[in-house]
Design a protein around this ligand. Structure first.
Ligand code: M6R
Length: 621
């Protein structure tokens, strides 16, 4: 939530600071789009130049066109997802302190802001905004006024703050320095030549450099054009090895599609293929990416808990069916924000699997820490390299979906299921639940999925057409059984997020226990029909559910396996996906539902990449 960019370059580079920061904000806008702002250190040694505007980044760009900022060498920029105070020009970041000499931007929530505000107000400071950020700005300003350098003042400020924050600040008297601090919120450093960058995410600077440094908890970073100094909370300098970002700027572009979401839906064959690639070590064993978990621990695990939120949790629910089936270890799936408040039974024999695209979802981070405190081993299934969950988990299995920019998750979902399956196969192999030929057969089944996804994409026009004709629907229901149940819930979530239509996903078997009361004449109901080649009873039971809603007037839209003529008999519309083993079907059957939500939202004229009220990574609890 909230995107943060910082830049410092050489003197005489004119517009570059502003251009780099505005470019970074454009790439980070998915993190929040309630307002945007920029602060720039120019030749004015008394005051940082700023511009900020409520609404999307386009409003700030228009403001800069009308009232250009002077040239400068250092700049910070912010795109906001509002927490404290409504999205107004005044509450937009940056916030100024020390009569405009200091500018600060912030991502996160400062929990003790009220107490600090009272303390600072008593010294005569006048607050202009409703934000917790301004409190941090004035605290920083007062420390600078007392004679501290900006980095020292930032460390002292961070020590006084409680909660989650990434802070970046500039000082008008020091035109070639940007200082940043982080606790429980992301901040990465980009290393350039004669210039350096800061960002909430590497996408902020990926078009300029693919060499990055991660910052750990409570570290403070000072960037100048030629130097990056990282210190810990005790002011000790920390040496950090840079890493190479293994995708480039093109991966974060729309690539000819109308929206990032459409592009990311089309990225799904490669997201799955890349997640599968290179997973077998020299002994022919599956391997994790980073970190080591003692094989003895994994062999003695007696329970697996998958923790995640939103779409990642639905991926976890899909993976549960496979992991439990292949390993015979009980698997629970729990929403991360509920997990630690429930006093869960976790021991050293519990394996916790944290699933997260961003690796920065605060609810999931807190659940990981809680599990580790209880002695559990944590494996992260994470997309963002070097993110907090990737770093704090005992080991990581990266989903290699590439950058996911659209706020609604699509390709990460498929990659998360794939990684969950790889983990299940890995455990089954390690624990001896499967013979090598069975493991090979499962891997072959997975290997066939990318080409099948491509076929679903190539034949998506019918679902697009139906979606366009349904722009005026008020409610859409989604039903599924077994692995089709989390797919139904994911389909409903996509529709809610993108088209602002009331949508509910139900276990098809639950229908008769209440939800069927919602069905009236012409009510659209999507049904994910299992393969007739799977457990026969499952197929026929879901078709019975289809009959039950049809008998009450529902318009049924059925996702079925190619060749399932019986399913077609039960449907107003049928959308076929290629045949696959039952556990692999979610990787195919969800795609028409993603496309349906995208197309319907687009038909309503909505911004499918940045739906209202949402932010890509939810970095506050
Ligand atoms: O970054 P994460 O995977 O941890 O994010 C989890 C959820 O916030 C995320 O999946 C959210 O539900 C998306 N808006 C779904 O489209």
């Amino acid at each position: 939530m909230c995107g943060i960019v910082g830049y410092v370059g050489k003197l005489g580079d004119g517009e570059r600071a502003r251009e780099v920061v505005m470019g970074g904000l454009a790439r980070l806008e998915y993190r929040g789009y309630d307002s945007a702002g920029i602060a720039l250190v120019s030749d004015d040694r008394d005051r940082v130049a700023t511009a900020k505007k409520a609404g999307k980044l386009a409003n700030l760009s228009a403001e800069l066109e009308a009232n250009p900022l002077p040239e400068g060498t250092a700049a910070i920029g912010h795109t906001r997802w509002a927490t404290h105070g409504p999205p107004t020009d005044t509450n937009a970041h940056p916030h100024l302190a020390l009569g405009g000499r200091i500018a600060i931007i912030h991502n996160g929530i400062i929990e003790n802001h009220a107490e600090l505000r009272t303390e600072l107000a008593a010294t005569g400071i006048n607050f202009l905004s409703d934000t917790d950020t301004e409190v941090a700005g004035h605290l920083l300003g007062s420390l600078v006024a007392s004679g501290m350098s900006l980095p020292d003042a930032m460390r002292a400020t961070a020590r006084r703050l409680e909660g989650a924050f990434t802070l970046l600040a500039v000082d008008a008297t020091d035109p070639q320095t940007v200082v940043g601090a982080r606790r429980n919120s992301p901040l990465v450093v980009g290393l350039g030549e004669g210039e350096n960058y800061l960002g909430s995410d590497v996408v902020a600077f990926i078009e300029h450099t693919r060499t990055a440094l991660e910052l750990k908890q409570d570290e403070v970073v000072t960037i100048t054009p030629d130097e990056v100094i990282v210190t810990d909370a005790h002011s000790e300098v920390v040496e950090r090895e840079p890493y190479h970002v293994d995708w480039d700027a093109a991966a974060a572009e729309k690539g000819g599609f109308d929206s990032f979401m459409d592009k990311e839906i089309h990225d799904q064959p490669s997201a799955v293929a890349d997640t599968l690639r290179g997973r077998v070590d020299e002994r022919g064993r599956l391997k994790l990416d980073e970190g080591i978990v003692d094989e003895y621990i994994l062999k003695s695990v007696d329970k697996i808990i998958i923790i995640a939120c939103g779409t990642a949790a639905y991926a976890g629910q899909v993976a549960r069916y496979a992991i439990e089936h292949w390993t015979r270890v009980p698997v629970e799936v729990e929403l991360a924000h509920e997990f630690r408040y429930r006093d869960p039974i976790v021991s050293v024999k519990t394996l916790v699997v944290a699933v997260s695209q961003s690796g920065e979802t605060m609810d999931t981070i807190m659940a990981v820490r809680h599990a580790q405190q209880q002695g559990a081993t944590v494996i992260g299934i994470v997309n963002a390299q070097g993110s907090t969950i990737a770093r704090e988990a005992d080991a990581v299995l990266y989903t290699r979906a590439g950058p996911e920019i659209a706020v609604a998750s699509t390709k990460a979902f498929l990659a998360q299921i794939t990684a969950g399956y790889l983990l299940g196969i890995y455990l089954a192999e390690l624990r001896g639940n499967k013979f090598p030929d069975e493991i090979d057969a499962l891997l072959r089944e997975l290997d066939e999925i990318p080409a099948k996804i491509q076929r679903v994409l190539d034949t998506s026009e019918p679902i697009r057409e139906v979606a366009r004709s349904m722009a005026n629907e008020q409610t859409v229901l989604f039903l599924g059984r077994h692995v089709g149940f989390p797919v139904a819930m994911e389909g409903a979530l996509k529709l809610k997020e993108l088209a602002y239509i009331h949508a509910e996903g139900f276990a098809a078997g639950e229908l008769k226990h209440g939800p069927i009361a919602l069905v009236e004449q012409d009510q659209p109901v999507f049904v994910v029909v299992p393969s007739p080649r799977g457990r026969e009873s499952l197929h026929s039971k879901v078709l019975s559910n289809v009959q039950e809603v049809r008998a009450r007037g529902a318009r049924t839209l059925v996702i079925a396996e190619e060749g399932d003529a019986v399913a077609a008999d039960h449907a107003a519309h049928v959308f076929y996906v290629p045949s696959a083993p039952v556990l692999m079907t979610p990787l195919l059957s969800v795609i028409p539902l993603q496309i349906f939500a995208l197309e319907l939202a687009a038909a309503k004229g909505y911004d499918v990449d940045q739906p209202r009220n949402l932010a890509k990574s939810v970095t506050v609890e």
